[in-house]
Design a protein. Structure first.
Length: 236
């Protein structure tokens, strides 16, 4: 799963990852985010039928185009195993795929000492920016634009802390993933072109467990600072 992520790189850094046309987009002044939670607005990149890439903004919790009310079930992740057949995601899977810029995400393990949830920050070397594979939709009735992150079984090294992970596409797969004309049979294999093996991770403070939605100041650079797991302290 992927329930929190970060996007703290400057917009020019993110802009360079995509085929965006030179425009005011390159000068966008985005706020650094260190604890993005489901239902918050995020940026994502889509492509038009003629291949022009563009930036959109929407709710991280997919609202299908046909929905008559806001979904109550969790829609911030879509499992790769069922995204192409699930009623909630299959339309977007066919023609509304997107890329969601990020530079890290969080996962949790259970602490054997106090049964608390210990967060880990997962990232690429030097916290380089990357893209989650995602789906998006626009619901005219509810006037909501939204997106979701594709998840898949975890590979090494991520499998050491969780059995699932978000799909992080390699840049070589960006164009085909975004292209609405990519044949359905060729879409899922694109997710094999990923950056799984390059991921790194370290423990961070539990304050990241409380999202920014609670109006507490848990969205700054201290969220990703390494901490020493408690069970190691007694041996030092």
């Amino acid at each position: 799963m992927c329930g929190r992520f970060t996007r703290f790189h400057s917009w020019p850094d993110i802009h360079r990852m995509y085929g965006l046309l030179p425009s005011s987009e390159s000068g966008r002044n985005t706020e650094a985010r260190y604890n993005i939670a489901p239902t918050e607005d995020v940026y994502f990149v889509t492509a038009t039928d003629d291949g022009v890439q563009q930036v959109r903004q929407g709710r991280w919790w997919l609202v299908p185009w046909w929905a008559k009310e806001m979904p109550k079930q969790a829609m911030f992740n879509a499992r790769i195993e069922t995204a192409d057949t699930s009623g909630a995601f299959k339309d977007a899977w066919k023609t509304a795929r997107c890329l969601i810029p990020a530079d890290g995400f969080y996962e949790w393990t259970k602490n054997p000492e106090d049964s608390g949830r210990d967060p880990w920050f997962i990232h690429l070397p030097d916290t380089a920016p990357f893209s989650f594979a995602g789906l998006w939709a626009h619901n005219k009735k509810l006037e909501v634009t939204s997106c979701t992150i594709i998840t898949m079984p975890a590979a090494e090294p991520m499998a050491q802390i969780h059995d699932r992970q978000p799909a992080i596409l390699a840049p070589d797969a960006y164009d085909a993933w975004l292209d609405p004309a990519t044949p359905a049979a060729e879409v899922k294999p694109l997710l094999a072109c990923n950056l799984d093996g390059d991921l790194q991770f370290h423990r961070v403070d539990r304050k990241v467990n409380v999202s920014n939605r609670t109006n507490k100041p848990n969205d700054d650079a201290s969220m990703i600072a390494p901490v020493i797991p408690h069970r190691w302290l007694s041996s030092n």
